[in-house]
Design a protein. Structure first.
Lengths: 193, 193
């Protein structure tokens, strides 16, 4: 195929990038320095084979255990459970949290056939030594609520406090895109389940 | 560098893609099939060395002369002058035009130090055999107007009719993004300069 059309077609596969934007990006690339084009191609290609799931927190990282799980200055008595790896960044950015994380890779959604077994809940249960509190930082939607309730039901009998981010995060926003201040409030005001 | 951050940094260089979007794309790529990631990397990398400027119309293409310039069914008496290669697609998309094209790679803008010599005007003047009309399809802005007037001044003495796209294209819109119907009107109602 014509390399220009091939590039447009490939870029159109990215989320939120339609054909018009793909053309715009392609024309930009055609006029850009060779070094920039090489770097973008190499950087995208470089993602392959270089990332893995952390054996401990299940995030996507370049090492296993990941950098966060290897950080001995963190408080081992507290684990923050999130839906997606990118939610970790958002919560770290609030500067308010110094515990560990666990990534579920989704939330409970019976309509989509996603129950607890489809999420990384078993690895969470296998890593609870010394954990006193689990903060559930799932999205403020039905699936996030269902997931929080499920974790509460499972963890409470083990003597672990389960709290949830306070709704300082505006309803309808995904954790990943929440602003830092709202996230700070939400961490401060987390409530026991 | 960490391959994840490297990818975010590389994608952030694309126009209209900030750090947040670059992270979103990178997380998507991390979860995508290897084949998709390979294809995107290869398609971007494949742009290099495979494109050139057409010796005739100065567009960016994979052959020289380009496909359009090699199309013998086109009317050789008429040339449509555009600012950018992507404008050709937009005008072709109107289905109204069957002549040849010429790409200036910009428009006259004294404030930016861009005069006629910085544009591909000389190759245009060298390819006027049998040309009876030049349609100037520059953007409807000050620079586009200045370019049209300049071409009129240069081409009129050679006995070539110079016309300009009618302002069916709404002022403030760039040719590249105009809708097909407006472009059709603009071609129909082009006016002699």
């Amino acid at each position: 195929m014509d390399p220009i059309r091939r590039c447009v077609q490939a870029l159109s596969r990215l989320p939120g990038i339609g054909e018009k934007t793909a053309w715009r990006l392609t024309w930009w690339l055609l006029r850009a320095d060779d070094s920039i084009v090489t770097e973008i191609a190499a950087a995208v290609g470089g993602l392959q084979g270089s990332v893995m799931e952390c054996e401990r927190c299940c995030t996507i990282a370049t090492t296993s255990p990941c950098k966060t799980c290897s950080d001995t200055r963190r408080d081992p008595s507290i684990v923050c459970v999130v839906e997606r790896p990118q939610d970790i960044q958002a919560i770290e950015g609030s500067g308010e949290y110094r515990g560990f994380f666990h990534v579920l890779h989704g939330s409970i959604s019976p309509l989509d056939g996603i129950g607890p077994d489809q999420l990384r809940i078993r690895p969470l249960l296998a890593n609870l030594d010394g954990v006193k509190e689990v903060i559930v930082a799932t999205d403020p939607d039905v699936e996030g609520d269902a997931t929080a309730l499920y974790l509460h039901r499972v963890l409470k009998p083990l003597g672990i406090q389960v709290s949830r981010l306070a709704y300082g995060v505006s309803v309808g926003t995904e954790i990943e895109y929440a602003d830092k201040v709202s996230l700070m409030r939400a961490l401060e005001n987390r409530r026991l389940l």
